[in-house]
Each structure stands twice: as structure tokens, then as C-alpha cells.
Design a protein around this ligand. Structure first.
Ligand code: ZN
Ligand code: ZN
Length: 221
């Protein structure tokens, strides 16, 4: 809200080219979407149509990712997650919407639950915002069916700590519609442990098929 009021006084600038009046102009949006490459979201190796490779044996069978967390995409995500720029969820959902295939009408969108202290810091639940807007855009349901069993912050954790935390971090809190495909939404994939174990929780609770959509994956060093 504050962000909205400020934008009247200090208008948004495009994260890519600096154009006044928008957080991401159509040209910069086009450049990002045009650059989407097919890689396994779990391990980053080039893969086929569904962005999952056979050696990762992921509990989800399809994935979509806008791009690497670098350049314009990194700035936009940074503004959204760490600069309290609420309005950034709008272009981020535009990007997701452009890379995700057509969804069956019974698809259920599930945001990966955010750590409560991060929600308090930002003043909004960022994955919930993304999930809600995407569900509205696509005319499908969104359900907040997964909750966190731990409140540990991942930000400063090592790779092995993150994986160990994610293994026990999720539980499904409401009944699963066994006939519907579930589309899990997250912002950034780092180790891949969050989307893996959140998907696994859905599968173990009875979901027939789980898909994943993320905005960015951390580039491999
Ligand atoms: Zn631009
Ligand atoms: Zn893989």
C-alpha cells in the first residue's frame, strides 16, 4: 500500500531499462520470456519439454521456470522479497503466466508456505500473492493446503542445512482432491529441496499429479 502511495510521488522505473511508469516494461518482459531455456529445475542440466530430468526422480512431473536469478529478474525478485515492493508481484505473475502452459480447469494452485517471520518483515506473504494472482489470471482454484512444520529461516543456511530443513518442513493440512493436478508455486529454487519436499508432501497426502512453477533458479556456481 505504501508502495502504491509512493508510486504517485516517485513513479516506478523499469528494472531492465529504466523506463518511467512501470516496474517492468513490455520490451524487457519480452526479452526475458523469449530467453526461456529448457533445463531441469532440480539440477539445472538441459532437459526435455517438462523441465525435469530422469536422474533427479522428482516427485513432480512437470515444471516451469522463467529464468536464472540474474540481471533484471534478480532485481525484480529482490525488490519484491527484500525491498517491500508489493507491486512487483504484478510483473512477476505476468512472466509466470507467459511461460506456463495451458492448465486444466480443475488445477489447484498451491503456494509454498512462507516462513511467518518473513511475512511479518515484508507485510505480505509473497508466495500467496503470486499464487492468488496467477489463479485469478488462469481461472483456476488456489488452495493454501501446505503448512510449515518448522519456522527456521533458510536465508543464512548452508546447502546441507537447507536440504535437512526442507525434508521435515511441510505438512498437508486439508484433504487432497485426488483427481486434480496440483501446481506448486515458489519464487526461487536454490537447492531444489523446498519444491521437492513440498511436492512429496502433496503426493504422500494423495495428490495424483504435482507440477511446479517457479520464477527463477539460482545459477550454478
Ligand atoms: Zn524496460
Ligand atoms: Zn535433474
Amino acid at each position: 500500500m505504501i508502495d502504491h502511495l509512493l508510486s504517485v510521488v516517485a513513479p516506478h522505473l523499469c528494472c531492465g531499462c529504466g523506463e518511467i511508469g512501470t516496474l517492468l516494461c513490455d520490451n524487457c518482459k519480452y526479452d526475458i520470456v523469449n530467453d526461456v531455456v529448457k533445463v531441469c529445475v532440480q539440477c539445472g542440466t538441459p532437459s526435455g519439454e517438462n523441465n525435469v530430468c530422469s536422474s533427479c526422480e522428482t516427485p513432480y512431473v512437470r515444471a516451469w521456470c522463467v529464468g536464472e536469478r540474474s540481471g533484471v529478474l534478480q532485481r525484480l525478485i529482490g525488490d519484491f522479497k527484500f525491498q517491500n515492493m508489493y507491486a512487483a508481484h504484478v510483473p512477476l505473475v505476468d512472466l509466470l503466466d507467459q511461460v506456463i502452459d495451458q492448465l486444466p480447469k480443475d488445477t489447484i494452485i498451491v503456494p509454498v508456505p512462507t516462513v511467518p517471520s518473513h511475512v511479518r518483515e515484508r507485510g505480505y506473504d509473497h508466495t500467496l500473492l503470486l499464487g492468488k494472482r496467477l489463479a485469478k489470471r488462469r481461472g483456476v482454484r488456489m488452495q493454501h493446503v501446505i503448512s510449515r512444520t518448522t519456522v527456521t529461516k533458510q536465508r543464512d543456511a548452508s546447502r546441507s542445512q537447507r536440504i535437512a530443513q526442507a525434508k521435515v518442513a511441510f505438512k498437508v493440512k486439508t484433504p487432497i482432491d485426488e483427481a486434480a493436478p496440483y501446481l506448486l508455486i515458489d519464487d526461487v529454487v536454490t537447492t531444489g529441496a523446498t519444491i521437492k519436499y513440498a511436492s512429496l508432501a502433496l503426493r504422500e497426502a494423495g495428490a495424483k499429479e504435482v507440477w511446479v512453477a517457479v520464477i527463477a533458479r539460482q545459477p550454478i556456481d
